[in-house]
Design a protein. Structure first.
Length: 50
């Protein structure tokens, strides 16, 4: 694999994009966990009240 030289600015831009993507993924995971907790709470209480 050939190594491509990039400027510091390009590198920082790419890093910022990656950081934003990771932050978005973390938010998605939090939402999923929350939804699962809600579903489990409903199941435990015995009623499928939506």
């Amino acid at each position: 694999m050939p190594v491509k030289t990039v400027s510091v600015e390009e590198f920082m831009d790419a890093l910022n994009v990656i950081i934003k993507e990771i932050a978005a993924l973390r938010a998605d995971i939090k939402n999923l966990k929350f939804q699962m907790q809600q579903t489990n709470a409903l199941r435990v209480s015995g009623g499928a009240r939506v």
